[in-house]
Design a protein around this ligand. Sequence first.
Ligand SMILES: NC(=O)C1=CN([C@@H]2O[C@H](COP(=O)(O)OP(=O)(O)OC[C@H]3O[C@@H](n4cnc5c(N)ncnc54)[C@H](OP(=O)(O)O)[C@@H]3O)[C@@H](O)[C@H]2O)[C@@H](O)CC1
Ligand SMILES: Nc1ncnc2c1ncn2[C@@H]1O[C@H](COP(=O)(O)OP(=O)(O)O)[C@@H](O)[C@H]1O
Length: 306
Amino acid sequence: MGRGRAWISRAQMVYLYRDDRLERDPMQPIAITSETLNFDLLAKGQGHKFDHGHAVVMTGGAGRTGAARLTGRAALRIGAGLVTLAVPPAAQMEVAMHITALMLSRVAGPEALTELASDKRIGAICIGPGLGLKPAQAALVEAVLDSGKPCVLDADALTLIAQDPALRKRLGPHCVLTPHAGEFKRLFKGLSEDDATKVQQCLTAAQTAGAVVLYKGAMTVIAHPDGRVATHDSTADRAAPWLATAGAGDVLSGMITGLLARGFAPIKAAQYATWLHVEAARRFGPGLIAEDLIEEIPHVFAALNL
Ligand SMILES: NC(=O)C1=CN([C@@H]2O[C@H](COP(=O)(O)OP(=O)(O)OC[C@H]3O[C@@H](n4cnc5c(N)ncnc54)[C@H](OP(=O)(O)O)[C@@H]3O)[C@@H](O)[C@H]2O)[C@@H](O)CC1
Ligand SMILES: Nc1ncnc2c1ncn2[C@@H]1O[C@H](COP(=O)(O)OP(=O)(O)O)[C@@H](O)[C@H]1O
């Protein structure tokens, strides 16, 4: 690890633990707004690409790689220094034909994923978009969880965890779960009826899972098992109805993964990515599709004077 990374991490620690307005009253739900975020954290300090983190995104098999390619590109755009797509052998050619700045690593099974994840430079892993729901894919989710690396669990990974208590036991506060309402109901059966509000549901879910939960929707709620909760309201002034498009969630997962790789704490990565995601959608406007969100990130950053 170079000196640049160490300097960046120290700088981020100062912000994350002392100056961030989202931390001032940790047990109250806090609105995620341009007033409560500290955008200076998003600037890149000095250093080479490895100083800005290396993220891994596991893809699905042949014919199912689009979602993870969106995730990987979003992770790169948000500022991770390197992003590697972990690709099953049968999908290798398909992925190779579609990527340029993203890198590719052949991953034939859980052992290969464990080996890839053991590289000290890998700072974050995302698994789930387009993954599939077979036992072979459950074993890949297990490998990610056993790596202990900060991770984003989305889409099919959430469905697999919902079906398998052994996977659920491996969750921890270094994991960010990003369910939409359908996935939330699968994962936390019964909670929706027990708790009155989305904030209460999400907090109970985070405490039950022992992980950060980002419950998606026009009103997004993010909860940490320690009781911190933040909300992002995209229903009125920050309406973004064009986000209801296939792959928008895959892009959000990539944005979180990229920020994790850059050294953001899981709850911070979720909060900053949520705001940036909606901001990108609002800047692009009507006609938005998932790819546009990714290409809008540099314009959002420019408007923030990064
Ligand atoms: N470009 C690509 O390659 C893309 C690939 N993708 C990949 O496809 C795979 C399947 O993922 P998925 O999310 O589409 O399907 P699934 O897990 O069956 O859940 C959907 C069901 O849940 C329910 N539901 C309730 N509330 C909901 C809500 N707010 N938002 C959404 N759903 C809600 C709803 O039921 P309903 O409400 O209609 O009764 C619906 O039937 C996964 O691998 C993913 O990564 C996608 O990412 C798209 C881009
Ligand atoms: N009407 C809406 N207003 C604001 N944000 C929305 C709206 N509909 C969906 N979103 C956001 O778009 C993303 C959709 O994610 P998801 O449902 O997982 O889609 P996919 O699986 O196709 O990627 C989430 O971040 C969600 O919060």
